[in-house]
Design a binder for this molecule. Structure first.
Ligand code: SAH
Length: 363
């Protein structure tokens, strides 16, 4: 039995079944045995591959996006480039290299990384060892000092915990993690219905919400709303809230049962961009998008960037660049899924700000 399984069994035996979001938060962030706390999950040998790990073009274009936003925001003398959940630090390293295109922007920059995992913090420090601008780390966005900021979050919101409510016998019940008759971890429903959930839906419908994601977006948008700031959130998810569950556990690129190996599989859920948009607007900010990742990267000039890179590439390298481009912007690459359509982006800006690069007024 894994350490976390033992910890969960102990906790449930003493305190009763726990909500799914508590289970998910502990699986990912337990200080000793949490998934992100103990490993580098990225790459072919890891559990998943993210856009900045596919190609340098992704981080470069986001760096140029940040530089353009800085100009649109009135070129403040000092600006924080903040990244939430920076993984291996690849995106930030690529973004900073591209940002050197503007001396003024580079010299206004200070990098602030929000990361809970000590293992990944160390990898990020190595990736950014040559950074021409100062870099510091924080455990939460609230620890980043006040001031103009451009905030990037790629595949961050999908790992914030979700809660499930299931319609059963015409009432909504929260899904809990408890025991089955053999004493193994199992999903069940809270016996009492949720009195405040009254939406009509057929029995068996699942409502998936992420209070943690909404809280994070509220804090982020409240910062942006103060002015001279902007954020870009890219993730897999859906543009309109609907019923259905998307929680998934991935281990070595394969789906596994989330209860089977707590702390050893990546647990994520698709991002509800409509819910994030509502949270940001309620906190006083404007939201642009969602647009698909494919659309965003094409509008930011990824095809031209790929051509420029290919001019200096060998034939093999040129093929690799084409393949990376296809993975980032299209829906399918041969039999494999691409990121172009499932992944989406929203931008958050102060109320009344001009439309940010890559977005349109309506989408
Ligand atoms: N943005 C990176 C990594 C995505 S994985 C990329 O695109 O490659 C998610 C990242 O978020 C990891 O770095 C993980 O350690 C971090 N993370 C997860 N939950 C977090 C939280 N609550 N606060 C800060 N960082 C978190």
């Amino acid at each position: 039995m894994s350490e976390l399984t033992r910890i969960f069994k102990d906790s449930i035996a003493h305190d009763g079944p726990m909500p799914l979001d508590t289970f998910m938060a502990v699986c990912l962030s337990h200080s000793q045995h949490g998934y992100y706390m103990t490993r580098d999950p990225f790459g072919v040998k890891g559990d998943f591959v993210t856009a900045p790990e596919i190609s340098q073009m992704f981080g470069e274009l986001l760096g140029l996006w940040a530089a353009e936003c800085w100009t649109m925001l009135g070129s403040p003398d000092k600006i924080y480039l903040v990244e939430l959940g920076p993984g291996r630090g690849t995106l930030m390293a690529d973004a900073l290299r591209a940002a050197r295109i503007s001396n003024e922007f580079s010299s206004a920059l200070e990098v602030h990384l929000v990361e809970t995992s000590p293992v990944l913090q160390e990898i990020q420090a190595r990736a950014l060892a040559q950074s021409p601008v100062p870099v510091s780390w924080h455990k939460s966005l609230e620890d980043v000092p006040d001031g103009p900021a451009i905030i990037l979050a790629n595949e961050f919101f999908d790992c914030l915990p979700v809660r499930h409510y299931v319609k059963a016998a015409r009432h909504w019940h929260q899904r809990l993690v408890g025991f089955d008759t053999q004493g193994d971890l199992a999903f069940g429903l809270a016996p009492d219905p949720e009195p405040l959930l009254t939406m009509e839906a057929p029995d068996g419908a699942v409502l998936e919400i992420s209070p943690a994601a909404q809280l994070m977006m509220t804090q982020l948008a409240a910062r942006i709303a103060k002015g001279q700031s902007a954020a870009l959130v890219v993730d897999y998810g859906y543009g309109e809230t609907s019923y259905g569950e998307t929680l998934q556990a991935l281990k070595a690129h394969k789906r596994v049962n989330p209860l089977d190996c707590p702390g050893e599989a990546d647990l994520t859920a698709h991002v509800d961009f409509a819910a994030l948009t509502r949270a940001a607007q309620a906190a006083g900010a404007d939201v642009f998008g969602p647009v698909t990742q494919g659309e965003l990267l094409m509008r930011l000039g990824i095809a031209q960037r790929a051509d420029a890179l290919k001019k200096r590439a060998t034939e093999d390298q040129a093929c690799a660049i084409d393949l990376a481009l296809a993975r980032l912007v299209t829906e399918r690459v041969g039999a494999a899924p691409g990121m172009g359509l499932l992944f989406k982006a929203i931008a958050i800006a102060p109320r009344g700000a001009p439309v940010l690069p890559g977005f349109r007024r309506e989408a």
